[in-house]
Design a protein around this ligand. Structure first.
Ligand code: PEP
Ligand code: MG
Length: 583
């Protein structure tokens, strides 16, 4: 039967259009082979089974807690039924009895018993019991995955192009995706500036997040259109819709090619006011994309990904080699390396960091590094050593006050002295900066400016803290307003305070990639914009479309308005006037 098309609207996370087949990694089948075991191995197989049961229980409890928190207790209760399956004595006993009697591996016996249960339930008339089939099957799969060690997510070894559909994707899941095979993704939860969304932009794949029920509506193999600019997912489109989007996709490519012609042009206003237009990267191999899009340097190298998807911590040597490679490839342009910004929505499997009630307000970024000087120093040494090979700068994330900044600088100074003593070469004049992404830092930026060579405004966090809006929560995404007067006022004061103290000020949050707001930032005197590589040409076009005076007027007017909506309408109208093709 032909499936009817349906459309879901979510939050645009990464622009572009992709058309392809859906793949739901969490619904993957697991392959089990029937293997004989020796009588002396029976006890060990039972232990493995018990361990898998308790690991599964832990997993389900965690999911239950997460869903209850994010979607409400009644949704979390679904998982109580899963826990009941796990505690079903009859099922467990039957597995153990058959294992002792038949002596096949535990995976095989368990799967066989599971099938028998599912079969029996499906024949019952009772609707309630029939509904339990999906609980039994879900829990069964989890137990089997824990028994076999097969990973739930297999995004790194796909063999054909797919669009990934998931409840959520962690930044580390996204980091394992290869854009050759994952041509786009869509998730139930998440916000515009989550690191998963940022990673999608780095990979240059279209993505939509916060769709709420995409995993319920889409089946493996469905045809999908993902329109990342408008936050739309169309399931099983008919021929007319498909044709329309294929033509949109072609138009978009032509538009992008047009922008590519800006690559070698300067990022300066019509009257010759120059700004630095840099790019953000997550992985060293993005340097090629930075150059391809004509950026003036790297304004933010998020080093956390180095620490993800591995069992151990990266050594100083490994980090040094990587930073050196980036420095050499980017030379003569400079690269700002941000020190480890662990926490928030980025967790590292190898570090025992306790779960927190408010991870974004918790033990993260510079707070973590100051508490773990060995980890911090290894990274600082690696950056300093690499600075001998190309222009590098360093910046600390999440600075919230003067003491923290002084402590970080003191540790950096210690590392410098150590290297000097050992006669290891490094750039002694390397610039050091602070990210300004916490309101307390913004409000004391006149004081902080005395301790650093530059500021880089991290609006992704600054907005969430200033407006009290979690950046990854789709339910309150409508309140996450970069154009909010409170945000604009904070940015104005950071730039003015920085300039008064003679230091330069950049901005490396996603806000720098919004063409209409770029007009305001330019007018406020921002010295450096740093965006995902793919957004660089658009922002260059905006900068080249106005004079500094025009931008100043726009900023001045925008700062007199009372709400984010008013500002947005006003700046969109100005963009329409100066760069209509981007509006
Ligand atoms: C920011 O907060 O704006 C920023 C650039 O850092 P991240 O997105 O990695 O938190
Ligand atoms: Mg940040």
């Amino acid at each position: 039967m032909k499936k009817k098309p349906s459309t879901l609207i979510g939050i645009p996370a990464s622009p572009g259009i992709t058309i392809g087949k859906a793949y739901l990694p969490d619904s993957e089948e697991i392959s089990i082979t029937k293997k004989r075991i020796k009588p002396e191995d029976v006890a060990e197989e039972i232990t493995r089974f018990k361990e898998a049961l308790s690991r599964t229980k832990e997993e389900i409890l965690k999911i239950k807690e997460k869903i209850s928190k994010e979607m409400g207790v009644e949704h979390g209760e679904i998982f109580s039924a899963h826990l009941l399956v796990l505690e079903d004595i009859m099922l467990i006993e039957e597995v153990v009895v058959r294992l002792r009697r038949e002596r096949f591996c535990i995976e095989y016996i368990f799967l066989d018993v599971l099938k028998k249960y599912i079969n029996a339930f499906s024949k019952m008339d009772d609707e309630y019991l029939k509904e339990r089939i999906s609980d039994i099957s879900d829990v069964g799969k989890r137990i089997l995955k824990n028994l076999t060690g097969q990973r739930t997510r297999t995004l790194s070894n796909l063999s054909k192009p797919v669009i990934v559909i998931a409840y959520d994707l962690s930044p580390s899941d996204t980091a394992t995706m290869h854009k050759k095979h994952v041509t786009g993704f869509a998730t139930d939860i998440g916000g515009r500036t989550s690191h998963t969304a940022i990673m999608a932009k780095s990979l240059e794949i279209p993505a939509v997040v916060g769709l709420e029920e995409v995993t319920r509506k889409v089946r493996n193999g469905d045809t999908l259109i993902v329109d990342g600019r408008h936050g739309i997912v169309i399931i099983n489109p008919d021929k007319t819709i498909l044709k329309k989007y294929e033509s949109e996709k072609r138009k978009l490519l032509t538009f992008e090619k047009g922008l590519a012609s800006l690559k070698d042009l300067k990022s300066e206003t019509k009257d010759g006011h120059k700004v630095i237009l840099s790019a953000n990267i997550e992985m060293p191999d993005e340097v090629a994309s930075v150059k391809l899009h004509g950026a003036d340097g790297i304004g933010l190298y998020r080093t956390e990904y180095f620490y993800m998807n591995r069992k151990d911590l990266p050594t100083e040597e490994e980090q040094y080699q990587s930073y050196k490679l980036v420095a050499e490839r980017m030379k003569p342009d400079s690269t700002i390396i941000r020190t480890l910004d662990l926490g928030g929505d980025k967790f590292l499997s190898q570090l025992e960091v306790p779960r927190e009630m408010n991870p974004y307000l918790g033990w993260r970024a510079i707070r973590f590094c100051l508490a773990k000087p060995d980890i911090f120093k290894a990274q600082l040494r690696a950056i300093l050593r690499a600075s001998a090979y190309g222009p590098l700068k360093i910046m600390y994330p999440m600075i919230s006050g003067l003491d923290e900044l002084k402590q970080a600088n003191a540790i950096l100074e210690e590392v410098r002295k150590e290297l000097k003593k050992k006669k290891i070469a490094f750039d002694d004049d390397m610039e050091v900066g602070a990210m300004i992404e916490v309101p307390s830092a913004a409000l004391t930026s006149d004081i902080l400016a005395n301790e650093v060579d530059f500021f880089s405004i991290g609006t992704n966090d600054l907005i969430q803290y200033a407006l009290a809006v979690d950046r990854v929560n789709e339910k309150i995404a409508y309140l996450y307003e970069p154009a909010h007067p409170a945000v604009l006022r904070l940015i104005r004061s950071i730039i003015n305070n920085g300039h008064d103290k003679g230091i330069w000020v950049g901005l490396c949050g996603e806000m720098a990639a919004e063409p209409s707001l770029a007009l305001v930032l330019l007018g406020l005197g921002l010295d450096e914009f740093s965006t995902s590589p793919m957004a660089v040409p658009e922002i260059k076009k905006v900068i080249r479309a106005v004079t500094l005076e025009q931008a100043k007027k726009i900023a001045h007017k925008a700062l007199t308005l009372s709400t984010g909506k008013e500002v947005e309408e006003y700046v969109k109208a100005r963009l329409m006037e100066y760069a209509p093709e981007l509006a």
